[in-house]
Design a protein around this ligand. Sequence first.
Ligand code: NZQ
Ligand code: ZN
Length: 387
Amino acid sequence: MQNFDYMTPTRLIFGEGVISELPEVMSKYGKKVLLTYGGGSIKKLGLYDRVRELLADWEIYELSGIQPNPKYDPSVLDGVKICKENHIDVILAVGGGSVLDCSKAIAAGAKYDGDPWDLISYKVKAQAALPIVDIITLAATGSEYDCGGVISRTETNDKIGYMDPHLYPAVSFLDPTYTFTVSKKQTAAGCADAMNHIMEQYFCEDSTLQNDGFMEAGLKSLMVNAKKCLENPEDYTARAEMMLDCTYGCNAIYSLGNSYSGWPCHGMEHALSAYYDITHGEGLAIITPRWMKHILNERTVDRFVKYGVNVFGINADQDKFDIAEQTVDATYRFFESIGIPMHLRDVGIDESRIGEMAHHVAENEGLENAWVPLKEQDIANIFTASL
Ligand code: NZQ
Ligand code: ZN
């Protein structure tokens, strides 16, 4: 059991119709609001109109068009400019993880005099950030309950996970009915992302029985509920359970006291979506089984056995390496069964930039310190096996 120092200051307001509490919540943070959103899904949902109606007495500025894999230029830079020029009090992020992540970077940049990239690249530590309230519309990242945001910078092929305690949302609204319209592709990708968040915490040197049980239950719940959501997108209970499973995923509550794994699949996936702008959860689903195969050895096998037996119900009465192989296969088959393309070529990635991406990951993601250390050649091999 490792030492830890843990606090999540975010207030979660969960359930159908909770948006009616928005005015009461927003009244604590001031009258000048930057409303951030993506490419229009919130307008189709009717959520945009509802927010404008509820906040009719507020002075609202807008930043729209935030893309998946949110971009530093223009979105973060534009948002910071609006905040500074208009003395914004609070950011209201309405959308998926990309909108919220972008808003977090804006919140920090708005309180910093220099180039916001100094903060995102950890050259300078943030001293403050604007408060963020969010209405999350896609179950996946857990950004609504963590202090991270992932920002892409196209010209340098960087995709950086920027974490800082100032970036916890003050309040997150989670209404599962807003996720009814999420496409099958994004539902499946969200499930894969959240499952990988758990696996990144499960596959480590030192874990507790409590954490293992918590994580195994989380994985099982995600698999069951994602399938229900795909079959019936308006299944409230399934959408609600999946939403909460995802919310737990990224804020470390699953692994308090565990040793740190280094989050290797995320380190590798960030390069794929930085270079090719693919959907994060799909990239993770493709890499994960190949990474598992790559690191399976005498030192790691027992962890695979526990995961395979407890999550997939694999018969424990077999040779441990046989169980581990079946575990990797079951992981692959599950992702395939929810419709995820399981080869890099299926998402437009060929071998041409594997060397370059592996070098980028090795230089920037610190995976030599992962549970099973990965050098540049290991990363290239995992990418190649994923083709
Ligand atoms: O842009 P709009 O029109 O809103 O459409 C979005 C987007 O096209 C759409 N969408 C969102 N809610 C919807 C909806 N469509 C219909 N109905 C709804 N209710 O879905 C598409 C994808 O949205 P996006 O926000 O990109 O998805 P997600 O929430 O999966 O976020 C992915 C981003 O989060 C980062 C990823 O790297 C990626 O950039 N991550 C953030 C993390 C964090 N902050 O802790 C952790 C994760 O590991 C992850 O890296
Ligand atoms: Zn993720």
